[in-house]
Design a protein around this ligand. Structure first.
Ligand code: FAQ
Length: 317
């Protein structure tokens, strides 16, 4: 813990550190609610990364070329790595990996709504890279400056990798959109199905977001759900136009005054239903994760036996 004068009020010390934009580190004093807030957000983020491997993982054996397969495998492995950095960051706050995974496997912890939608065609893989990773980056660029050191540092590397993911997704969409009529139709169909769920990734509107006020106060979030959603739309629509595609939103139009797009409302009832566990793939995703954890039991046991043996030998030497 940083040297804190015993007379200093801990809360004031913490607030002053935030005020100066200094990072909070694992051994620093922090309010209990700040710790809980971070464990919730970082662990949900970690769960999203590893559940997010599933919809794309489904397509590794069906990628249309060797190049596409190598790129997709690398991307899915990156997502697994992001999960590991994030679980490690959450562990520095005093939660064990077992507790975090148990919360996921028993349905107590959330993960991003987006991964409860199916990837029906190869075009969906392009759309996920382009839109889902694009939305993830929009959120994560701000998280590089989040107030908790281990989370911020994990984000720096994650953002670099997500940028590659977004670009490979857009490249794949370009191939389809500038390909045959059927391919262009596949790209449009994928965009139609992924557009609204992608906008929901940013979370509920600010007036319905119970966690935002504390998150902003504690500099965990630097921008609100609505601000990030708006920026994502402003940035993505020119990309949609370049592809010669359209988004399924009749209310979308440029607003010169705000220098941004006006847009329709996502179906928030659908969002609430998906995060309550009733989306198209929630049960399938959770089952795949629980099965993978059970099937990996022997690997964890072997790694532990090896670590114990090494320690025993070091002790004896
Ligand atoms: N899905 O008060 P707020 C990725 C929940 S990574 C499910 O606004 P907050 C990489 C929220 O947890 C994608 N639940 O909450 C990849 C809260 O419930 P709780 C994940 C959602 O925390 C790409 C309640 O609703 N990114 O995609 C969602 O201030 C491709 C009220 O919401 C992160 O996790 C949702 N979309 O804001 C991998 C980034 N939205 O916990 C593979 C870090 C809200 O009170 C392939 N997280 N909820 O029970 C964040 O920035 C924030 O946590 C938000 C939500 C923005 C997600």
């Amino acid at each position: 813990m940083e040297n804190v004068n015993s007379n200093t009020n801990m809360e004031e010390w913490f607030d002053a550190k935030l005020q100066k934009n200094e990072m909070i580190e694992p051994k620093d004093w922090m309010p209990e609610n700040y710790r809980k807030h971070l464990i919730r957000q970082i662990s949900q983020h970690a769960h999203s990364e590893i559940i997010g491997m599933l919809p794309e993982g489904n397509w590794i054996t069906r990628a249309p070329s060797l190049r596409a397969k190598i790129v997709l495998m690398a991307k899915v492995q990156d997502e697994g790595g992001h999960g590991l950095y994030l679980y490690t960051a959450a562990e520095t706050l005093g939660s064990s990996r077992d507790e975090l995974l148990d919360a996921l496997h028993t349905g107590k912890a959330k993960y991003s709504s987006i991964f409860n939608y199916p990837t029906l065609t190869w075009a969906d893989i392009g759309a996920v890279g382009w839109l889902v990773d694009g939305a993830a980056i929009m959120n994560q660029v701000m998280l590089q400056r989040t107030s908790y050191g281990p989370y911020a540092r994990a984000m720096v590397r994650i953002c670099k990798e997500e940028s590659f993911h977004q670009r490979q997704g857009y490249e794949s969409m370009c191939h389809l959109a500038f390909g045959t009529t059927e391919q262009k139709q596949m790209a449009q169909d994928a965009l139609n199905r992924w557009w609204w769920p992608t906008l929901m990734m940013f979370g509920p509107t600010d007036d319905k977001s119970p966690n935002t006020a504390n998150a902003i106060k504690w500099k965990i979030k630097r921008e609100s759900n609505d601000q990030l959603r708006q920026r994502f739309i402003n940035q993505t629509i020119p990309q949609v136009e370049y592809l010669g595609l359209t988004v399924p939103d009749p209310d979308l139009k440029w607003n010169e005054e705000k220098k941004g797009y006006d847009f329709g409302s996502p179906n928030w009832d659908e969002f609430m239903s998906v995060i309550a566990g009733n989306g198209p793939c929630n049960r399938e995703r959770l089952k795949a994760r629980v099965d993978a954890h059970k099937n990996g039991e022997w690997v964890r046991a072997a790694a532990k036996a090896h670590a114990d043996k090494t320690k025993e030998m070091e002790f004896a030497a």
